[in-house]
Write a protein that binds this ligand. Structure first.
Ligand SMILES: CC(C)(COP(=O)(O)OP(=O)(O)OC[C@H]1O[C@@H](n2cnc3c(N)ncnc32)[C@H](O)[C@@H]1OP(=O)(O)O)[C@@H](O)C(=O)NCCC(=O)NCCS
Length: 180
């Protein structure tokens, strides 16, 4: 189990310590709550309001259950004493060469900037390497400047891939980097 310590000062409402682990089936409802809370903050004013309003806890929990149960996918969570504060989803089908996908990476807004994202990211790339991936790609909204800067800081580069994100109905771009 990975342990993280809160590293920044002056952030009164955030967590001070957390652990990282693989999600269990029983985490699905809490993961759904976390996803909805983070999306409503991160994508406010970015994705259409109706998309955010329509997010449904039961449907989201079911999606997490599928990811957790899938053989070559993993859901990784960061958990503080108060509950889940971040998650990452990885997937490696093996179908398109040795390329894995970082499907999601989200940290609860109150815990952003404390190192949780970094640890989830490191664990996700290690996980993809263990699943057999030599390379990882991800999709990020063109409008999500903070996440793009985070990924670029960690060696991901725009590979020219473009599509409309189905869930958020906004243009997304593909980033890629090697994993070891
Ligand atoms: C992207 C996200 C997961 C990063 O997590 P975080 O908790 O803010 O990041 P951390 O505090 O762990 O950052 C650790 C490292 O990343 C760097 N970093 C963090 N945010 C950064 C940014 N926007 N630009 C450049 N570097 C960044 C930090 O400087 C630090 O690097 P260093 O140790 O070399 O100084 C988080 O901001 C988040 O959840 N954002 C909203 C959700 C989202 O947009 N997810 C991506 C969807 S595709």
């Amino acid at each position: 189990m990975w342990r993280g310590l809160w590293q920044q000062r002056g952030m009164p409402n955030t967590v001070r310590a957390w652990t990282l682990r693989k999600a269990r089936e029983a985490d699905a409802p809490k993961l759904a709550e976390l996803k909805i809370a983070t999306w409503k903050t991160v994508y406010k004013g970015v994705a259409p309001d109706e998309v955010l309003k329509a997010l449904d806890a039961k449907a989201e929990a079911e999606k997490f259950r599928k990811h957790i149960a899938a053989e070559r996918e993993n859901v990784l969570v960061a958990e503080s004493r108060d509950g889940l504060i971040g998650y990452a989803v990885t997937a490696f089908s093996g179908a398109e060469g040795a390329t894995g996908e970082l499907v999601s990476l989200y940290v609860l807004p109150a815990s952003i900037g404390a190192g949780v994202g970094q640890q989830l990211f490191d664990m996700a790339l290690t996980d993809l390497a263990e699943l057999g991936a030599g390379e990882a790609f991800l999709w990020v909204l063109e409008a999500n400047a903070r996440a793009r800067a985070f990924y670029e800081h960690h060696g991901f580069k725009d590979d020219g891939g473009r599509k409309e994100c189905e869930e958020l109905r906004k243009p997304a771009m593909r980033y890629r980097r090697r994993v070891e």
